[in-house]
Design a protein around this ligand. Structure first.
Ligand code: KG4
Ligand code: ZN
Length: 344
């Protein structure tokens, strides 16, 4: 199947407000004409995490200027449809984006499509891909974000089967909680990566959980080990070494299970997606391992790793091209399983 077969060539507006980024994008097919992200990180930094009520209010303030800027950068507001994240996420935050998307769809008299946030991440490697590029099925994807750590087998477009998941924390949480313990602030992934550049990844001995379990991840033991390390080392703790050791432990907790799953499911293509896919050590380790095994490695450009509306646009394009659309009764859901293949 080609990129054009799967995503079509509509011009659409996409909106993402599921957590702490207000984002709007305009896409033509898979080409991203604009992708505006207004981050609330500074506001939430004060509290060391996302405060849902504050997030929703900040989306209310940002949504109109962000959509206007997306039109302005794309140099068009002539759109065929609107895609919006309506699940899963913070309910108040999702409601702001969904209400805005509905208003735009009603005023312009165009279709609206509700998108599952994780389907957006899963399709993010195809942002700006050429229409004639071939998408191989089945393929395997590792979703690593602030809330998810899952290996997903994709047998055909949107036919998702979860083949491994975390028993406790997500990989992104391990970065975020580790960063907080090391006093590196929120969100932690980027801060750990930066501090780790000057550190020795072998300096501290941290656990790689469930080594023999191919279908389960676990990061809570790593969090406890980090807490113990901080407590026992006190002011002797070398922050760059601790950051590098934590990053290495997270990467080594993920990569072997990906390679086992690639073999188990006999796929020839592997995608790394979600906010943690911005981690250079993880990207490069998986890239090398895939290359060594003759597996195609797919990863989003950095701009499309952490939450953004362009990836929501890709999921919207795919659903619309399959003949699906939502109605103005579109609702929001804090929790939702991965979506089923399109129905029309
Ligand atoms: O996908 P995302 O933007 O939001 C969710 O849907 O959760 O992922 C956010 C997660 C955070 O835990 C953040 O610390 C992590 O992605 N992250 C990183 C990096 N950039 C963001 N983790 C490791 N290295 C990075 N460079
Ligand atoms: Zn996300």
């Amino acid at each position: 199947m080609t990129v054009k077969d799967q995503f079509g060539s509509r011009t659409i507006l996409a909106i993402e407000t599921s957590c702490d980024e207000t984002s709007a994008a305009v896409l033509k097919g898979t080409q991203v004409l604009s992708n505006i992200v207004a981050s609330q990180i500074e506001m939430h930094q004060k509290w060391g995490g996302v405060v849902p009520e504050a997030a929703a209010r900040a989306h209310v303030e940002a949504i109109v200027p962000v959509v206007e800027e997306a039109y302005s950068v794309a140099q068009t507001n002539k759109i065929d449809a609107v895609a919006v994240t309506n699940r899963p996420g913070l309910v108040g935050a999702l409601a702001v984006g969904t209400a805005a998307a509905k208003a735009i769809a009603i005023i312009k008299n165009i279709p609206i499509i509700g998108v599952h946030h994780l389907e957006g991440h899963l399709l993010s490697p195809w942002a700006n891909s050429a229409p004639e590029q071939i998408i191989t099925y089945p393929h395997l994807a590792l979703i690593v974000s602030g809330g998810h750590t899952e290996l997903v087998l994709i047998k055909s477009p949107s036919n998702y089967q979860i083949c491994a998941e975390t028993l406790d924390d997500a990989a992104g949480e391990a970065f975020d909680k580790g960063a907080r313990l090391l006093g590196l602030g929120y969100p932690g992934g980027k801060a750990i990566q930066e501090a780790a550049q000057l550190g020795n990844p072998q300096a501290y001995d941290l656990p790689r959980a469930l080594k023999k379990e191919a279908h389960k991840f676990s990061f809570s033991g790593l969090k406890t080990a980090m807490l113990r390390l901080v407590q026992t080392q006190g002011s002797n703790l070398h922050i760059p070494d601790a950051a590098a050791s934590l990053q290495q432990a997270i990467v080594e907790s993920l990569v072997p299970k990906c390679l086992t799953a690639i073999e188990e499911h006999e796929v020839t293509s592997f995608a790394l997606v979600g906010g943690v896919s911005a981690n250079v050590l993880l990207r490069e380790t998986l890239r090398k391992e895939c290359e060594r095994n003759g597996i195609q490695f797919l990863v989003p450009e950095f701009e499309y790793c952490t939450d953004n509306a362009a990836m929501i646009g890709l999921a919207g394009q795919f659903r619309l091209e399959s003949g699906e659309s939502s109605t103005s009764a579109l609702d929001v859901f804090p929790n939702a399983d991965l979506p089923l293949p399109p129905h029309n």
